[in-house]
Design a protein around this ligand. Structure first.
Ligand SMILES: [Zn+2]
Length: 116
């Protein structure tokens, strides 16, 4: 285990409203989808995990674990990580059509060129 992606667990339907609010305040928005119904909003109550970047060839992976009936997102190492190496995981964004593609800049040899 490397770190928990901590924040407030919010209902999926609130994400658009919060994103607009954060945009209006000029704040970066950090959210991690747990499933179809819940999202962890790390924008205000998050920790350093929210700054971990995506990679198509990551050294970590995320898992949703349940502790005392509460869901948590935890980042685990998928191999030995060396001192000074950047932590990354695959964001696994759902595939979108060409007009909504987000380019990937992870620079991995097997980069998929898009995050979604
Ligand atoms: Zn990539």
């Amino acid at each position: 285990m490397v770190i928990e992606y901590s924040g407030n667990v919010i209902r999926s339907v609130l994400t658009d409203k919060r994103e607009k609010y954060y945009d209006g305040k000029g704040m970066g928005c950090y959210m991690f989808r747990i499933d179809d119904y819940e999202v962890v909003d790390a924008t205000v109550h998050g920790n350093a995990a929210r700054f971990i970047n995506h990679s198509c060839e990551p050294n970590c992976y995320s898992r949703v674990i349940t502790v005392d009936s509460q869901k948590h997102i935890v980042i685990f190492a998928s191999r030995r990580i060396y001192c000074g190496e950047e932590l990354t995981y695959d964001y696994k964004f759902p595939i979108e059509d060409a007009s909504n593609k987000l380019p990937c800049n992870c620079s991995a040899k097997k980069c998929r060129k898009f995050l979604n």
